[in-house]
Design a protein around this ligand. Structure first.
Ligand code: DCC
Length: 219
């Protein structure tokens, strides 16, 4: 399918920080809407009316920001702000969003997942846990000065991860071999950080220069 033509998303006079603030404000409201959508007990009449109103709002988001693999002007890639990341993006309705910071020889992430991320009732979907860990392990590689992509990811689900509970995600690179990085990660609650609920082991590989150019032509 051919992508529609790219339109100028913001007037050129708008500062990236102002754009990010606006993108984050819309992302926040949409995440609140997603949470309300999956928890509401409103009657069907209201749901039908909401569907009509949301359709009208969606129609106001005109244009298409970018083509596939084009990096948004508000982003820093690799290793920086990704406004629309499904894990860390403040502009993404899908993201928790995970807040990432350095932590000793690794990185730590903080977030709370909601009912929208549920697998077993009251607990986080296993795929969400894998996504959090995959992303944070990618950040650990970047922090170790080796931006890389996942080539294998092993998960161990030890205890269910509760929704609506502050979580702590940790990742660090345990070793490297040429372009490969060996990474571990874990998820625990903020309340009991010493008890890992989920652990992961992964191998990441930094693409060679030719491969990186082919994969990410706009970098
Ligand atoms: C700049 C990035 C920013 C990336 C920023 C990313 C943002 C964070 C996102 C979170 C992370 C993701 O989800 S990333 C998305 C999910 N992952 C992907 O889509 C990756 C798909 N895989 C690929 O495209 C490719 O495998 C690459 C580009 C990663 C590597 O290709 P390549 O450069 O041709 O390298 P290749 O020769 O195949 O492999 C290099 C070495 O790794 C070994 N190797 C390959 N696969 C495995 C494996 N499963 N387990 C062990 N080792 C393996 C090979 O044997 C070889 O070792 P030796 O013979 O040299 O000893």
């Amino acid at each position: 399918m051919t992508a529609p033509p790219t339109e100028t998303p913001f007037p050129e006079t708008e500062e990236p920080d102002d754009q990010r603030t606006a993108i984050a404000a819309l992302g926040h409201e949409l995440r609140t809407l997603v949470d309300a959508t999956v928890t509401t007990a409103a009657p069907t009449e209201i749901l039908h009316r909401m569907a009509d109103e949301v359709r009208g709002l969606t129609g106001q988001l005109t244009g298409r920001r970018r083509r596939r693999a084009e990096i948004p002007a508000v982003d820093e890639f690799p290793g920086g702000v990704r406004m629309y990341s499904p894990v860390t993006g403040l502009g993404s309705p899908l993201a928790p969003p995970l807040r990432v910071a350095p932590d000793g020889d690794g990185v730590v992430g903080h977030c709370t997942l909601g009912i929208a991320h549920e697998g077993p009732p009251g607990y986080v979907h296993g795929g969400m846990s894998a996504m959090l860990l995959d992303e944070l392990m990618g950040w650990a590689c970047y922090a170790a000065k080796s931006p890389a992509m996942t080539v294998s990811l092993g998960m161990r689900y030890r205890r269910p991860v509760p929704v609506e509970t502050p979580l702590r995600v940790h990742a660090r690179v345990t070793g490297t071999e040429d372009r490969k990085a060996f990474v571990t990660g874990s998820i625990s609650t903020e309340e009991t950080p010493s008890v890992p609920l989920v652990t992961a082991d992964a191998v990441f590989v930094s693409p060679g220069p030719g491969r990186a150019r082919a994969l990410f032509p706009s970098t």
